[in-house]
Ligand binder design. Structure first.
Ligand code: NAD
Length: 339
């Protein structure tokens, strides 16, 4: 099998890291890098011994590649992905997918029309412990799915007022995890958030979002003021509950007894310890998925990314209005007949 050829656009911290990874993975090949900041592109291209470009159009025109990894800031995700898809390239796109659900929907449609694969870099899905949590959580018949992380104050590039920056950019992973376990999108969303409570930078610094799936609920919360607060990944279900503890998943199942009481069975399911980030696994799975292995992987597709973006949009609307927002109202604004 020929190596799967990636071009990386955006040579900042994330793009440079991914470009280095690609060069270390058998069966993947880095063929070019691109950044509007010429010095960054040059430095990375020379380090990794691949052609470098300042213009994305030029990279597309002058290199033979199968897929683009988009690692620019969120504002450029839509236009660069759109351009790549129109050239028939597969796209692995950094989170969050776009700045709006309308843009995400356009990318989903375009990728379908052009027959290319699109995925979002929600790499938490590739940790064995999250996979086991998702599997066991679904078995519990969820009543409540919780995903919460607290990053502390985020780096300066994220401290901006845009509704897709700040803590939102971090908790988008958690929203994806909740939707992943749920296996469907919520009917409605209610959210509260704060600005300037922690950083005085106009960035959104805390969020609490409740997702109503009809027969169960999801909860995502987190704050830049949450130093030392534990992450919580838990599913409370009709058959028992599960939560992540280190590299294991603690399971509490209960069984009804004839006496009318319950017997509680407690277990911890250990999972493979992954020392590094799981982006390498995601890159490999993406290339396999593009090459036809569709079922086996937890990859977040463009369709999954769109679901997260619908929830993001509902969160913004709910926070601003103080109302519960129905996802159908957001969808209707995109394209009435498409959902
Ligand atoms: N999945 C993860 O865990 C993870 C981790 C970190 C960052 N990210 C995401 O990765 C993306 C990049 O983050 P970063 O920290 O590397 O940002 P960064 O600002 O360090 O780098 C972005 C780079 O993109 C370049 N760029 C902007 N517009 C461009 C264009 N039109 N063509 C070519 N290059 C362009 C900029 O010059 C810059 O060098 C963001 O979407 C961020 O949310 C994801």
């Amino acid at each position: 099998m020929d190596a799967f050829r990636f071009g990386v656009v955006g040579c900042g911290g994330r793009g440079a890291g991914v470009a280095h990874l690609i060069t270390q993975i058998p069966n993947l090949k880095l063929v070019a890098v691109c950044d509007i900041d010429e010095a960054r592109a040059k430095q990375l291209g020379e380090q990794l011994n691949v052609p470098f470009f300042q213009s994305f159009d030029q990279m597309l025109a002058e290199t033979e590649l199968d897929a683009i990894y988009v690692a620019t800031s969120v504002e450029q995700h839509f236009s660069l992905s759109r351009r790549a898809i129109l050239e028939g390239k597969h796209v692995l796109l950094e989170k969050m997918m776009t700045t709006s659900a309308a843009e995400a929907w356009e990318l989903v449609r375009l990728a379908q029309m052009r027959g290319v694969c699109g995925a979002i870099s929600y790499q938490l899905r590739f940790y064995p412990v999250f996979q086991k949590w998702c599997e066991l959580g679904q078995e519990m018949q969820p009543l409540l799915i919780i995903s919460s992380r607290n990053p502390g104050i985020m780096p300066p590039p994220y401290l901006r007022p845009e509704p897709w920056a700040g803590i939102i950019d971090f908790l988008t992973h958690d929203l994806d995890l909740v939707l992943w376990v749920a296996g469907k999108e919520p009917e409605s969303v209610f959210a509260t958030a704060t600005r300037n409570a922690v950083t005085k930078t106009e960035a959104i610094d805390s969020l609490c979002a409740i997702l109503d799936f009809g027969d169960f609920s999801g909860l995502t919360y987190g704050s830049m003021g949450g130093w030392g607060m534990p992450s919580v990944h838990a599913v409370v279900g009709q058959k028992g509950n599960v939560r992540i503890v280190g590299n294991g998943v603690e399971v509490n199942k209960w069984f009804p007894l004839p006496s009318g009481t319950f017997e509680l069975v407690n277990d911890v399911v250990s999972t493979e310890i992954v020392s590094a980030d799981t982006t390498d696994r995601m890159l490999l799975h993406f290339s396999a998925w593009v090459q036809g292995e569709r079922e086996a992987y937890p990859l977040a597709t463009f369709e999954d990314g769109l679901k997260v973006m619908l929830v993001h949009e509902a969160i913004w609307a709910s926070w601003q209005s103080g109302q519960t927002i129905h996802l159908n109202d957001i969808k209707r604004k995109l394209e009435p007949s498409s959902f």
